[in-house]
Write a protein that binds this ligand. Structure first.
Ligand code: PMP
Length: 414
């Protein structure tokens, strides 16, 4: 008998999609308790950009534990934290000319979003936040209230937000995006929309179905924010840390958000860690105003700093991500061309196949699982089969994954 059937709550999803018990993991591979290998094109939903048990990060972590480095310290000053902050400034912020203060909002992406939402309301004295259709920002109440997926939101969203459709590549039909209609609403005091505190946006909606925002649209959005004194929050929880190529996903558009949410792969080793980056003048927090027991995950500071040193002091990972991503993109385009009702989407190593018949996406993921590969669905109707391997995936693993996906699509769509 499957132990999950008898012991686990009904509130589970991945253990239904992948009905096995995983035991070990290394690089792009997970192994179940019987030793069966699975190629991991899920990568902890973007939390494992450097692969499972990355040997460089593992070494740094073991060394730290062996010298009895501090593991838990709330938000006390520690050497691990100091070294992470210095490395983050030297490797990530300074070379990009970015000036942000770093807040540790709690261990998860949702914690980062919550702190951003609280801060923009405090700074501006305004209440509402503009979010986008199909956005996903986390499962806590505030984050849910700016999440555009009604199944995820359930009855929980607090009514302080305005959702608006987002003209992503796959919705645009070749039209030029503009904000005329939206700006009219902002200026119309009867619309109830006037004076929002901020806009929160993902440059590529991961959970929303790999919806890629065009750079010119993001620039227009940043301009709109300036004109209406709204703060711009980029939620880079899933697309940051190199998932789309550059360290921050918004770099490609040349915009500088007021606030950036980071989590998932920032810890590097799958350890919980999140950051909220704020323009220095926005730091109006009082000491203790946004706190929490697990804000200072020191082992994660160690692996995070090691990951930045190893992968972001040269452009090798970024270039590799672009090249592998484009290769996967071309392969998915060719699957889409030969399969009616299928569309290829994505940027960098965030890729997806969208199916006109939504159930087919789940069937393809199940067929991939039977062939020894993990990939998950996303999108409002779970209509997108998502491919997000670790950025350290090898060329051979990419080929293996693509041949499994091709075979899985053929088995479902004929
Ligand atoms: N924002 C985005 C864009 C996400 O993809 C996620 C997680 N999928 C979150 C926020 C929430 O992160 P967490 O699950 O760590 O709370």
């Amino acid at each position: 008998m499957n132990v999950f059937e008898t012991l686990e709550s009904e509130v589970r999803s991945y253990s239904r999609s992948w009905p096995t018990v995983f035991d070990r993991a290394s690089g792009t591979w997970l192994y179940d308790a019987d030793g069966k290998p699975y190629l991991d094109f899920f990568a902890g939903a973007g939390a494992l950009n450097y692969g499972h048990n990355n040997p460089i990060l593992k070494r740094a972590l073991i060394d730290y534990l062996e010298r009895d480095g501090v593991t838990h310290a709330l938000d006390m000053g520690t050497v691990a934290k100091r070294d992470f902050l210095t490395t983050f400034r030297d490797v990530v912020l300074s070379p990009r000319g970015l000036d942000y203060k770093v807040q540790f909002p709690g261990p998860t992406g949702a914690n980062s979003v919550e702190s951003a939402l609280k801060l923009v309301r405090k700074v501006t004295g305004r209440e509402s936040i503009i979010n986008f259709t199909n956005a996903f920002h986390g499962m806590t109440l505030g984050a849910l209230s700016v999440t555009g997926n009604s199944m995820k939101r359930g009855g929980a969203g607090i009514p302080l937000v305005h959702a608006t459709p987002m003209p992503y590549d796959n919705f645009l039909d070749g039209r030029t995006p503009d904000f005329l209609w939206f700006e009219r609403l902002l200026e119309d005091s009867g619309s109830g929309l006037n004076e929002p505190a901020a806009v929160i946006v993902e440059t590529v909606q991961g959970e929303g179905g790999i919806n890629v925002a065009r750079p010119e649209w993001l620039r227009a959005l940043a301009e709109l924010c300036k004109r209406h004194e709204m703060l711009l929050i980029v939620d880079d929880v899933q697309m940051g840390c190199g998932r789309t190529g550059p360290f921050f996903s918004f770099e490609a558009a040349g915009i500088v958000p007021d606030i950036v949410c980071l989590s998932k792969s920032i810890g590097g080793y799958g350890l919980p860690m999140a950051l909220t980056l704020l323009r220095p003048e926005l730091d109006v927090w009082e000491p203790g105003e946004h706190n929490g027991t697990f804000r200072g995950n020191n082992p994660a500071f160690i692996t995070a700093a090691a990951a930045l040193q190893e992968y972001w002091t040269s452009d090798l990972l970024e270039k590799g991500t672009r090249a592998k991503g484009e290769h996967i993109g071309r392969a998915l385009e060719s699957i889409a061309e030969s399969t009616p009702g299928v569309e290829a989407r994505g940027r960098g190593l965030a890729r997806g196949l969208a199916f006109d018949v939504p159930e087919q996406a789940g069937q393809v993921c199940r067929a991939a699982f039977e062939r020894g590969m993990l990939m998950e669905t996303s999108g409002p109707e779970s209509e997108v089969a998502k491919l997000m391997p670790p950025l350290t995936v090898t060329d051979e693993e990419v080929e293996r994954g693509l041949s499994i996906v091709t075979d899985a699509v053929r088995s479902v769509c004929g």
